[in-house]
Write a protein that binds this ligand. Sequence first.
Ligand SMILES: [Zn+2]
Length: 309
Amino acid sequence: MSVFVYSHEVGTRHDPGPGHPEAPIRLKRILAALDAADDLALERRVAERAERADLVRVHTPGHVAGVLDQVPTDGRMPIDMDTWLSPATGEAALRAAGAAVQATDAVLGGETRRAFLAMRPPGHHAEQAVAMGFCFFNNVAVAAARALEVHGLERVAVLDFDVHHGNGTQAIFEAVPKVLYASIHEAPLFPGTGREDETGLGNIVNTCVRAGTDGPRWRRALEDRILPALDNFAPELVLISAGFDAHAADPLANIRLGDEDFAWITERVVELAERHADGRVISTLEGGYDPDALVRSVLAHLKALEAGS
Ligand SMILES: [Zn+2]
Protein backbone atom coordinates (compact mmCIF):
# COMPACT_ATOMS: atom_id res chain seq x y z
CA MET A 1 0.00 0.00 0.00
CA SER A 2 1.01 3.62 -0.46
CA VAL A 3 1.72 6.18 2.23
CA PHE A 4 -1.22 8.60 2.28
CA VAL A 5 0.09 12.17 2.34
CA TYR A 6 -2.35 14.91 3.35
CA SER A 7 -1.84 18.51 2.33
CA HIS A 8 -3.69 21.67 1.33
CA GLU A 9 -2.43 24.84 -0.29
CA VAL A 10 -3.85 26.96 2.54
CA GLY A 11 -1.09 25.48 4.70
CA THR A 12 1.36 27.61 2.72
CA ARG A 13 -0.66 30.80 3.37
CA HIS A 14 -0.68 30.80 7.19
CA ASP A 15 1.87 33.58 7.70
CA PRO A 16 3.17 34.47 11.17
CA GLY A 17 5.14 37.39 9.74
CA PRO A 18 8.51 38.46 8.31
CA GLY A 19 11.48 36.69 9.83
CA HIS A 20 9.33 34.15 11.69
CA PRO A 21 10.97 30.70 11.60
CA GLU A 22 7.65 28.85 11.17
CA ALA A 23 7.43 30.29 7.68
CA PRO A 24 5.36 29.35 4.61
CA ILE A 25 8.57 28.39 2.75
CA ARG A 26 8.86 25.31 5.01
CA LEU A 27 5.75 23.73 3.56
CA LYS A 28 6.20 25.14 0.06
CA ARG A 29 9.56 23.39 -0.15
CA ILE A 30 8.17 20.12 1.24
CA LEU A 31 5.24 20.09 -1.19
CA ALA A 32 7.53 20.84 -4.15
CA ALA A 33 9.79 17.96 -3.12
CA LEU A 34 6.81 15.61 -2.78
CA ASP A 35 5.57 16.61 -6.24
CA ALA A 36 8.99 15.61 -7.60
CA ALA A 37 9.44 12.43 -5.53
CA ASP A 38 8.78 9.88 -8.26
CA ASP A 39 10.66 7.19 -6.36
CA LEU A 40 8.23 7.20 -3.43
CA ALA A 41 4.86 5.42 -3.43
CA LEU A 42 2.75 8.26 -2.08
CA GLU A 43 -0.97 8.75 -2.45
CA ARG A 44 -1.80 12.43 -2.17
CA ARG A 45 -4.97 13.48 -0.37
CA VAL A 46 -6.51 16.92 0.08
CA ALA A 47 -6.94 17.86 3.74
CA GLU A 48 -10.48 18.73 4.80
CA ARG A 49 -11.58 20.92 7.70
CA ALA A 50 -11.91 19.35 11.13
CA GLU A 51 -15.38 19.36 12.63
CA ARG A 52 -15.86 21.14 15.93
CA ALA A 53 -16.64 17.75 17.57
CA ASP A 54 -13.12 16.54 16.73
CA LEU A 55 -11.49 19.65 18.19
CA VAL A 56 -13.44 19.69 21.45
CA ARG A 57 -12.27 16.17 22.33
CA VAL A 58 -8.92 17.78 23.17
CA HIS A 59 -9.62 21.52 23.45
CA THR A 60 -12.13 23.54 25.42
CA PRO A 61 -14.99 24.98 23.36
CA GLY A 62 -13.77 28.42 24.43
CA HIS A 63 -10.32 27.76 23.01
CA VAL A 64 -11.67 26.64 19.63
CA ALA A 65 -14.00 29.63 19.37
CA GLY A 66 -11.35 32.01 20.70
CA VAL A 67 -8.76 31.02 18.08
CA LEU A 68 -11.21 31.20 15.19
CA ASP A 69 -12.86 34.43 16.36
CA GLN A 70 -9.53 36.25 16.60
CA VAL A 71 -8.44 35.48 13.04
CA PRO A 72 -7.93 38.89 11.39
CA THR A 73 -9.32 39.78 7.98
CA ASP A 74 -6.03 41.47 7.16
CA GLY A 75 -2.72 42.06 8.91
CA ARG A 76 -1.70 39.89 11.85
CA MET A 77 -2.89 39.29 15.40
CA PRO A 78 -0.50 38.03 18.12
CA ILE A 79 -1.59 35.42 20.65
CA ASP A 80 1.83 35.63 22.27
CA MET A 81 5.27 36.79 21.15
CA ASP A 82 5.78 33.63 19.05
CA THR A 83 2.29 32.76 17.91
CA TRP A 84 0.58 34.92 15.32
CA LEU A 85 -2.73 34.69 13.51
CA SER A 86 -2.96 35.78 9.88
CA PRO A 87 -6.04 35.78 7.63
CA ALA A 88 -5.40 32.18 6.44
CA THR A 89 -4.52 30.79 9.88
CA GLY A 90 -7.99 29.65 10.89
CA GLU A 91 -8.52 27.72 7.68
CA ALA A 92 -5.00 26.25 7.79
CA ALA A 93 -5.36 25.17 11.43
CA LEU A 94 -8.77 23.61 10.78
CA ARG A 95 -7.40 21.65 7.82
CA ALA A 96 -4.26 20.54 9.72
CA ALA A 97 -6.49 19.09 12.43
CA GLY A 98 -8.88 17.77 9.79
CA ALA A 99 -6.06 15.88 8.11
CA ALA A 100 -5.40 14.17 11.44
CA VAL A 101 -9.02 13.01 11.50
CA GLN A 102 -8.93 11.81 7.89
CA ALA A 103 -5.64 9.96 8.37
CA THR A 104 -6.95 8.25 11.50
CA ASP A 105 -10.06 7.09 9.68
CA ALA A 106 -8.10 5.93 6.62
CA VAL A 107 -5.53 3.98 8.63
CA LEU A 108 -7.98 2.45 11.09
CA GLY A 109 -10.43 1.79 8.27
CA GLY A 110 -7.79 -0.30 6.47
CA GLU A 111 -7.32 1.95 3.42
CA THR A 112 -3.60 2.30 4.18
CA ARG A 113 -1.21 1.55 7.04
CA ARG A 114 0.91 4.71 6.89
CA ALA A 115 0.07 8.37 6.63
CA PHE A 116 1.95 11.67 6.79
CA LEU A 117 0.43 15.08 7.38
CA ALA A 118 2.31 17.67 5.32
CA MET A 119 0.48 20.44 7.12
CA ARG A 120 1.08 23.59 9.10
CA PRO A 121 0.57 25.19 11.57
CA PRO A 122 2.09 22.53 13.85
CA GLY A 123 0.27 21.37 16.97
CA HIS A 124 2.18 19.78 19.84
CA HIS A 125 2.53 22.91 22.01
CA ALA A 126 -1.23 23.62 21.92
CA GLU A 127 -2.82 22.73 25.26
CA GLN A 128 -6.53 22.26 26.04
CA ALA A 129 -7.08 26.00 26.32
CA VAL A 130 -3.79 27.56 25.21
CA ALA A 131 -2.33 28.35 21.79
CA MET A 132 1.45 28.79 22.03
CA GLY A 133 4.75 27.92 20.41
CA PHE A 134 3.46 28.47 16.84
CA CYS A 135 0.59 26.01 17.56
CA PHE A 136 -3.21 26.55 17.68
CA PHE A 137 -4.90 23.13 17.57
CA ASN A 138 -3.09 19.97 18.67
CA ASN A 139 -3.22 17.86 15.53
CA VAL A 140 -1.62 14.70 16.91
CA ALA A 141 -3.92 14.82 19.95
CA VAL A 142 -6.96 15.18 17.68
CA ALA A 143 -5.86 11.96 15.94
CA ALA A 144 -5.28 10.08 19.20
CA ALA A 145 -8.62 11.14 20.68
CA ARG A 146 -10.50 10.13 17.55
CA ALA A 147 -8.76 6.73 17.55
CA LEU A 148 -9.89 6.15 21.14
CA GLU A 149 -13.37 7.61 21.08
CA VAL A 150 -14.62 6.90 17.56
CA HIS A 151 -12.66 3.76 16.69
CA GLY A 152 -12.60 2.27 20.20
CA LEU A 153 -8.86 1.67 20.47
CA GLU A 154 -7.48 0.90 23.92
CA ARG A 155 -3.80 1.80 23.45
CA VAL A 156 -2.48 4.64 21.29
CA ALA A 157 1.18 5.71 21.48
CA VAL A 158 2.52 9.14 20.54
CA LEU A 159 6.26 9.39 19.87
CA ASP A 160 7.40 13.02 19.76
CA PHE A 161 10.91 13.45 18.37
CA ASP A 162 10.63 17.20 17.77
CA VAL A 163 13.54 18.88 19.57
CA HIS A 164 11.05 20.71 21.81
CA HIS A 165 8.89 19.02 24.43
CA GLY A 166 5.25 18.65 23.38
CA ASN A 167 3.79 20.26 26.47
CA GLY A 168 0.35 20.39 24.89
CA THR A 169 0.14 16.71 24.06
CA GLN A 170 1.43 15.78 27.51
CA ALA A 171 -1.09 18.07 29.22
CA ILE A 172 -3.98 16.68 27.19
CA PHE A 173 -3.16 13.02 27.91
CA GLU A 174 -1.32 12.91 31.24
CA ALA A 175 -4.46 11.58 32.95
CA VAL A 176 -5.51 9.34 30.04
CA PRO A 177 -3.88 5.91 30.51
CA LYS A 178 -4.99 4.70 27.07
CA VAL A 179 -2.39 7.08 25.58
CA LEU A 180 1.35 6.70 26.04
CA TYR A 181 3.18 9.96 25.31
CA ALA A 182 6.94 9.56 24.81
CA SER A 183 9.16 12.54 24.00
CA ILE A 184 12.87 13.05 23.43
CA HIS A 185 13.80 16.71 23.53
CA GLU A 186 16.60 19.13 24.26
CA ALA A 187 16.67 20.56 27.78
CA PRO A 188 16.92 23.26 28.84
CA LEU A 189 14.94 24.69 25.93
CA PHE A 190 11.47 26.07 25.13
CA PRO A 191 8.86 25.39 26.51
CA GLY A 192 10.66 24.33 29.70
CA THR A 193 8.40 21.34 30.47
CA GLY A 194 9.17 17.65 29.98
CA ARG A 195 11.35 16.81 32.96
CA GLU A 196 12.03 13.11 33.30
CA ASP A 197 10.13 13.02 36.60
CA GLU A 198 6.94 14.12 34.81
CA THR A 199 5.39 10.67 34.38
CA GLY A 200 1.61 11.23 34.48
CA LEU A 201 -0.08 7.96 35.42
CA GLY A 202 3.00 6.11 34.21
CA ASN A 203 1.94 6.95 30.64
CA ILE A 204 4.36 9.84 30.12
CA VAL A 205 7.99 9.09 29.23
CA ASN A 206 10.29 12.08 28.85
CA THR A 207 13.92 11.81 27.85
CA CYS A 208 15.99 14.99 28.00
CA VAL A 209 19.14 15.44 25.95
CA ARG A 210 21.68 18.22 26.31
CA ALA A 211 22.77 20.76 23.71
CA GLY A 212 25.45 19.21 21.52
CA THR A 213 24.03 15.68 21.56
CA ASP A 214 24.99 13.88 18.35
CA GLY A 215 23.21 11.13 16.41
CA PRO A 216 24.78 8.11 18.15
CA ARG A 217 24.01 9.52 21.62
CA TRP A 218 20.47 10.50 20.58
CA ARG A 219 19.86 6.97 19.28
CA ARG A 220 21.17 5.44 22.52
CA ALA A 221 18.88 7.69 24.56
CA LEU A 222 15.90 6.42 22.55
CA GLU A 223 17.04 2.79 22.91
CA ASP A 224 17.51 3.17 26.68
CA ARG A 225 14.02 4.26 27.67
CA ILE A 226 11.64 5.36 24.95
CA LEU A 227 11.71 2.41 22.56
CA PRO A 228 11.39 -0.17 25.38
CA ALA A 229 8.49 1.81 26.89
CA LEU A 230 6.72 1.91 23.53
CA ASP A 231 7.30 -1.81 23.01
CA ASN A 232 6.03 -2.62 26.49
CA PHE A 233 2.88 -0.54 25.92
CA ALA A 234 2.05 -2.58 22.78
CA PRO A 235 0.14 0.21 21.02
CA GLU A 236 -2.62 -0.55 18.51
CA LEU A 237 -1.69 2.63 16.61
CA VAL A 238 1.52 4.68 16.64
CA LEU A 239 1.38 8.43 16.08
CA ILE A 240 4.49 10.51 15.49
CA SER A 241 4.95 14.18 16.28
CA ALA A 242 7.53 14.54 13.55
CA GLY A 243 9.58 17.64 14.20
CA PHE A 244 12.89 17.81 12.36
CA ASP A 245 14.42 20.61 14.43
CA ALA A 246 16.91 18.31 16.18
CA HIS A 247 18.82 18.47 12.88
CA ALA A 248 22.37 19.88 13.14
CA ALA A 249 21.44 22.61 10.66
CA ASP A 250 18.42 23.84 12.62
CA PRO A 251 18.59 27.45 13.81
CA LEU A 252 16.28 27.02 16.85
CA ALA A 253 18.08 24.23 18.73
CA ASN A 254 21.44 22.61 19.39
CA ILE A 255 21.18 18.87 18.67
CA ARG A 256 23.41 17.44 15.95
CA LEU A 257 21.31 14.95 14.02
CA GLY A 258 21.69 14.18 10.34
CA ASP A 259 18.98 13.18 7.87
CA GLU A 260 19.86 9.51 8.48
CA ASP A 261 18.94 9.75 12.15
CA PHE A 262 15.35 10.58 11.19
CA ALA A 263 15.33 7.56 8.87
CA TRP A 264 16.66 5.42 11.74
CA ILE A 265 13.98 6.41 14.26
CA THR A 266 11.28 6.00 11.62
CA GLU A 267 12.54 2.47 10.88
CA ARG A 268 12.39 1.65 14.60
CA VAL A 269 8.81 2.97 14.82
CA VAL A 270 7.75 0.97 11.77
CA GLU A 271 9.24 -2.22 13.30
CA LEU A 272 7.42 -1.53 16.54
CA ALA A 273 4.15 -0.89 14.72
CA GLU A 274 4.61 -4.12 12.76
CA ARG A 275 4.98 -6.02 16.05
CA HIS A 276 1.96 -4.53 17.79
CA ALA A 277 -0.19 -2.32 15.59
CA ASP A 278 -0.56 -4.13 12.25
CA GLY A 279 2.01 -1.64 10.93
CA ARG A 280 -0.22 1.39 11.49
CA VAL A 281 1.69 4.68 11.76
CA ILE A 282 0.45 8.25 11.31
CA SER A 283 3.05 11.00 11.31
CA THR A 284 2.28 14.71 11.70
CA LEU A 285 4.69 17.49 10.77
CA GLU A 286 5.73 19.65 13.73
CA GLY A 287 8.94 21.74 13.64
CA GLY A 288 12.06 21.92 11.48
CA TYR A 289 13.30 25.38 10.54
CA ASP A 290 16.17 24.97 8.10
CA PRO A 291 14.30 24.47 4.81
CA ASP A 292 17.02 22.38 3.10
CA ALA A 293 17.53 20.07 6.08
CA LEU A 294 13.77 19.88 6.59
CA VAL A 295 13.09 18.73 3.04
CA ARG A 296 15.85 16.09 3.12
CA SER A 297 14.74 14.85 6.53
CA VAL A 298 11.07 14.61 5.51
CA LEU A 299 12.04 12.61 2.42
CA ALA A 300 14.18 10.25 4.53
CA HIS A 301 11.26 9.89 6.97
CA LEU A 302 8.81 9.12 4.15
CA LYS A 303 11.13 6.59 2.55
CA ALA A 304 11.34 4.72 5.86
CA LEU A 305 7.56 5.01 6.38
CA GLU A 306 6.98 3.61 2.91
CA ALA A 307 9.13 0.54 3.52
CA GLY A 308 6.86 -2.44 4.02
CA SER A 309 3.74 -0.29 3.85
ZN1 LIG B 1 10.16 22.04 17.76
